[in-house]
Design a protein around this ligand. Structure first.
Ligand code: LP5
Ligand code: MN
Length: 251
C-alpha cells in the first residue's frame, strides 16, 4: 500500500522528475497519491517531467472516457493551466500517448532521449528501456511496436480488441520476466557509456528499472551522475532539482 498522500514540502520553483507510476483504475491509492502530488507539490514547481510509464498501459488517445482517465487528465490540465510546464516522455507501456492526450492535458511530448539545460547543467533524460540491451527478447519486441506503420495498424483496430491484445502481451511479459535474471533486466553499462559519450551530459536521469539510486560514473576523465527514478508501487517518489542540485524525495 502507498503511504498516506501527505506531501513532503516541495522545493518551490524546482524542476521535478517522476517515472514509472503505472497508474490504472484498479489501484486507487496510487491515483489519490498522484492527484495529491499534483495539487500539493507539482503545483509549486516550475516544471514537471514525466519520464515514461505514467500509465500501466495506454491503448490509444481514444481510451479516455472513464472516470479514472478523466481524473488524471483533469489534474494535468489544472496544473498546466496554472503555469507549471508539464513534459511527458514515452515509456515502454504508454508509448501510444499522442497529441490528443497533449491537447487534453496541456502536456508536451518530448523525445527519448532529450537533453535539457537544468540550472546550468546539461541533463540527459530517458525512460531507460532502450539501455537494457541484454534483454534481447524485449528489444526485439520494442523494435516491432515502436514502428510507425505497426502502430497505425494497431490503432486502427477497435478499442476492445486493442485492450485484449495488450492484456495478452502483459501476461506474456510477466511470465517471461520470471525467466530473466536481474542483470538482464538492468541497463547495460556499455550502452549507458555510449549514450553518455554521444550526448556529453553532466547528469543522466532515467527510470524503467525500478531501482532508484544515484550512481557516479567516471567516464573519459569526467564525473557524470546517473539518477535512477523509483516506481510508485509501494512508495511514491520524485527527484527535485534546483540551482543547488538534485534531491530524491519521498511523498
Ligand atoms: O513493463 P515491465 O517493466 O513490466 O516489463 C518491461 C518489458 N515488457 C514490456 C511489455 C509491457 O510491460 C506490457 C505491454 C504494454 C502495452 C503497450 C501498448 C501497445 C502495445 C500493444 C501490443 C499488442 O514492455 C519486459 C522487459 C522488462 O521491461 C525489463 O526491461 O523484460 O519485456 C518483456 O517481457 C517482453 C518479452 O520478453 C517479449 C514479448 C514478446 C511478445 C511478442 C509478441 C509480439 C506481437 C505483438 C503484436 C500483437
Ligand atoms: Mn518502463
Amino acid at each position: 500500500m502507498l503511504k498516506s498522500p501527505i506531501q513532503t514540502p516541495a522545493l518551490s520553483g524546482a524542476t521535478l522528475f517522476i517515472s514509472d507510476l503505472h497508474l490504472c483504475a484498479s489501484r486507487p491509492a496510487i491515483n489519490d497519491a498522484f492527484m495529491a502530488f499534483l495539487q500539493n507539490t507539482a503545483s509549486k514547481a516550475a516544471a514537471l517531467y514525466i519520464l515514461g510509464d505514467l500509465f500501466e498501459y495506454w491503448a490509444g488517445d481514444d481510451d479516455v472516457e472513464d472516470a479514472f482517465h478523466q481524473q488524471i487528465i483533469g489534474g494535468f490540465k489544472t496544473l498546466s493551466d496554472s503555469g507549471v510546464q508539464v513534459f511527458l516522455m514515452h515509456g515502454n507501456r504508454d508509448f501510444l500517448i499522442a497529441e490528443g492526450f497533449c491537447r487534453m492535458t496541456g502536456a508536451t511530448l518530448i523525445a527519448d532521449p532529450t537533453t535539457i539545460v537544468l540550472y546550468g547543467k546539461k541533463a540527459l533524460l530517458s525512460h531507460g528501456d532502450a539501455l537494457c540491451i541484454d534483454d534481447a527478447a524485449y528489444q526485439q519486441f520494442r523494435t516491432q511496436v515502436r514502428d510507425e506503420k505497426w502502430q497505425a495498424e494497431f490503432l486502427s483496430q477497435p478499442l476492445e480488441l486493442r485492450r485484449k491484445q495488450i492484456e495478452a502481451i502483459r501476461a506474456r511479459s510477466e511470465q517471461e520476466k520470471t525467466q530473466k535474471s536481474l542483470e538482464i533486466m538492468d541497463v547495460n553499462a556499455e550502452a549507458v557509456n555510449t549514450l553518455l559519450r554521444t550526448h556529453q551530459p553532466d547528469l543522466l536521469i532515467h527510470g524503467h528499472t525500478h531501482r532508484p539510486n544515484r550512481h557516479t560514473i567516471k567516464l573519459d576523465g569526467r564525473l557524470i551522475t546517473r539518477w535512477v527514478l523509483g516506481d510508485w508501487y509501494e512508495q511514491g517518489s520524485y527527484l527535485a532539482c534546483d540551482e543547488h542540485g538534485c534531491k530524491d524525495m519521498a511523498l
